[in-house]
Design a protein around this ligand. Sequence first.
Ligand SMILES: NC(=O)C1=CN([C@@H]2O[C@H](COP(=O)(O)OP(=O)(O)OC[C@H]3O[C@@H](n4cnc5c(N)ncnc54)[C@H](O)[C@@H]3O)[C@@H](O)[C@H]2O)[C@@H](O)CC1
Ligand SMILES: [K+]
Length: 511
Amino acid sequence: MLRVLTAAQMRQAEQAAEQRHGMPSALLMENAGRGLAEVARSLAGPSGRFVVVCGPGNNGGDGLVAARFLLEGGARVSVTLVGDPAKLTPESQRNLEALKGFGGTVRPLESLEAPGSGDVVVDALFGTGLSRAPAGAFAEAISAIHRWRQAGAKVVAADVPSGLQSDSGEAFSPCVEADATVAFGFLKPGQVLEPGASLCGRVRRVDIGMGGASAREVSGPALFVVEESDARATLPVRKPDSHKGTYGHVLVVAGSRGKTGAAALVAKAALRTGAGLVTVATRSDALEAVQAHSAEIMGIPLEAAGPLGMEDLEALLAAAEGKDALVMGPGISRGPGTGTLIGELLARLEIPAVLDADALNAVAGDLSVLRRAKAPVVLTPHPGEMARLTGKSTREVQAHRMEVVSRVASETGATVVLKGDRTLTAHADGRVFINTTGNPGMATGGSGDVLSGICGALLAQGFVPPEAVWTAVFAHGLAGDLAAARRGQLGLVAGDLIEQGLCELWVRWGR
Ligand SMILES: NC(=O)C1=CN([C@@H]2O[C@H](COP(=O)(O)OP(=O)(O)OC[C@H]3O[C@@H](n4cnc5c(N)ncnc54)[C@H](O)[C@@H]3O)[C@@H](O)[C@H]2O)[C@@H](O)CC1
Ligand SMILES: [K+]
């Protein structure tokens, strides 16, 4: 699990390192600059030159330190400083003096010999302190870096490519496009979220002498990137003496006439994720078609007619007896009483529940029902469903994904998955898990149903939120990547995620 810090949290961690752990920030900068120089060196050709472009803040200071290390290593190094040298931060000022002390010189950008193939440009204009779109001389410097890269030079960014907003991953225009980005101490959201992730190139994290102890001192959401080893470790190898009862029984309340496939996808995904048993409860006129999709699906008919509502309560309470997790929503027929029904179920059932699709739309009018749940609740909205849950537009949700998902989790007490590129899983305790698996081929009908099935299966097997949830999200994305490798993104359909992707994934993980 990789920790991710926002710009404000980086400042808090730096303060904690200095004030509580006695680690001077000058040393942090020294370590950052040395790490930057090492990565720059690794990208250079045998007789490559280095051009270091420094800005007015501490990001520029890191560049000055890197320039000194490169110079000391015997390389040819040109340094340029953009902006008013009188406004350098005190630390950068000291490093400018030190660079000069080692024979380094600073020259205007226009006078530099343009770097090309084999050469490396170090972008140290702006880091986490960028506050507006680069203009004037700064924009010109970014354009020059673009030109040099087009001419074959490699670009390594100090902390974040200049022009990229490190908290959101949004890029101002202009913004540096880097071949590699050196993350100082911790990852930044902008290195993981698009379009930032693509603009960073390969992200290399370097230790700068402020570790986990400093990160524990920061306030606000605790952000993490889930790695494959984390997700794999959630799922232990099955014990030889286990039986189907060991692996839980998922109750799926999904599907309706004409939408039986949704229920089947949830159920099959749960079965292919190791659930011992899966039962679908659905309207009588849909059940046969749901079960026709797969011999392993058990069924309970819901005899009432029309949309799901309170008249289904007793039947669903009875259906939930002996079950270990509930998945509700995909393909259901929703009516005015559906939200009340879900509220009653959550208040009375003692098993974890995943609410997806129309179950989310049904509770959107009154989220307080989630607070009254007896057992953990997982919500899996796509941006449109999240917009309905929060009364915002989809565009607003997408512009503030991190804040929106954190707030819904803390307000409802649920674990909330905001789907989309870089799916976010927020837990009510303030942790947010960023997912990096998956591909645009998964933007196809039924893909979300598969996720809720995977999630339900893990909950039924006794894994708890948030681990069960971020593991499900990671597995779903990686199953999509594995399936896309065989089908292509255009050829991928939701069923492939189950039959190909998940099966290949479990073989890869030895599970
Ligand atoms: N926080 C930490 O723990 C550490 C931070 N370090 C470096 O410090 C960086 C952050 O330093 P700063 O906070 O000084 O910020 P930056 O160096 O990113 O830049 C901020 C400076 O640029 C100005 N500025 C912002 N946007 C501008 C624009 N569009 N046009 C013109 N001027 C603009 C600001 O007024 C300020 O002077 C990090 O990214 C990292 O590179 C490292 O030295 C190591 C330790
Ligand atoms: K930079």
